[in-house]
Each structure stands twice: as C-alpha cells, then as structure tokens.
Design a protein around this ligand. Structure first.
Ligand SMILES: [Zn+2]
Ligand SMILES: [Zn+2]
Length: 170
C-alpha cells in the first residue's frame, strides 16, 4: 500500500490496515518471520515534515537467545515519528526535522505503508529475545535444553568445573 504525499493534509489522514507480510520485506530488514501486521496510523502534514503516529500489532516468530527454541511474541507498540523526503538528505539541507521525533525517509513523494509498519514492528522486537523470564537456557557443558529435562552434568560439582576436569584428564 503506497500513499502519495499529496493525499496528506494538515488535518491528517487516518489509515487502519491489516496486511500480510511478504518475504522480500523480511529479507530487506534481515528480520524475523511474521504473518501479518495490524497497523493504525495518522499521517499529518506539519512544518518539519509528515508526522506519523500510531500503533502496530503483530505476532512474530523469534528464536530465544538462551535456549535457541522458536517462540511467538505478541508485539503491541506505539510510535510517533517524522517522515522526511530522502531528497532533503541528498541535497544536504540543514533542516533535517525535529530533535524530539525520530526521523525516517521516503522517496519520490511516496510512503510505503507496509514498509513503515514492518519497520516499526522490527524496532519493537527485543535485541536479545528470551522465550520466558524463567527460561533456563541450555547447559553449556552438554547442550541439553534445561527447560525440557535435567541434564546428566548436574551430578558433577559444577558444569564449569566439569569442563576443567575433562581438560586436565586429557
Ligand atoms: Zn528460552
Ligand atoms: Zn549438561
């Protein structure tokens, strides 16, 4: 879905959309898998550029950074950003928006709503996702997922000490 900048007035343009995500977007962002996004956004022409305020909701599939298993995370995030023509950047114009709002750029007077939605979901995903606060991770010694079963290393004094002992024995 592409919005032409001329459709946006000072009164604002309200967009409510539910759209599927294609793999090209995921590839472009080097991102994670998700099926669809619920986007609500109002685009408003202000002095500095186009202000975009809204919310994104989606169910993303992530790999836990502790146990490496895939899990679903529900994203419900709000944003308030400034959209600026990329031509401003290329021409080195001094007015690059507003210090209070984060800026992103659009090209040829067109705003790709799908792209904007995916970007906002992408930004809302934690850098080191964890499937659960209580995730026990994997045993550094034997690689067993400790959420599912206890590993055999537990009888040893400590897994770290166990590795050390193994090294000495060799
Ligand atoms: Zn986990
Ligand atoms: Zn173990």
């Amino acid at each position: 879905m592409i919005i032409d900048v001329c459709q946006i007035s000072e009164k604002g343009l309200e967009i409510k959309k539910n759209f599927p995500i294609d793999s090209s977007l995921i590839e472009e962002f080097d991102g994670f898998y998700l099926e669809k996004i619920d986007l609500y956004v109002t685009l408003k022409m202000i002095r500095e550029g186009i202000r975009a305020r809204g919310t994104v909701k989606s169910n993303v599939l992530l790999d836990c950074s502790k146990c490496a298993e895939a899990y679903n995370l529900f994203i419900d995030s709000s944003f308030d950003i400034l959209l600026l023509p990329v031509e401003n950047l290329e021409e080195g114009k001094s007015s690059l928006g507003n210090d209070d709002l984060e800026s992103i750029f659009y090209k040829d007077d067109k705003i790709d709503i799908k792209h904007l939605g995916y970007e906002q979901v992408f930004l809302a995903v934690p850098q080191t996702p964890v499937c659960d606060d209580k995730c026990k991770g994997i045993c550094p010694n034997c690689g067993e997922n400790l959420n599912h079963s206890k590993c055999k290393c537990e009888n040893k004094i400590s897994s770290e000490f166990g590795i050390l002992l193994d090294k000495i024995k060799r």
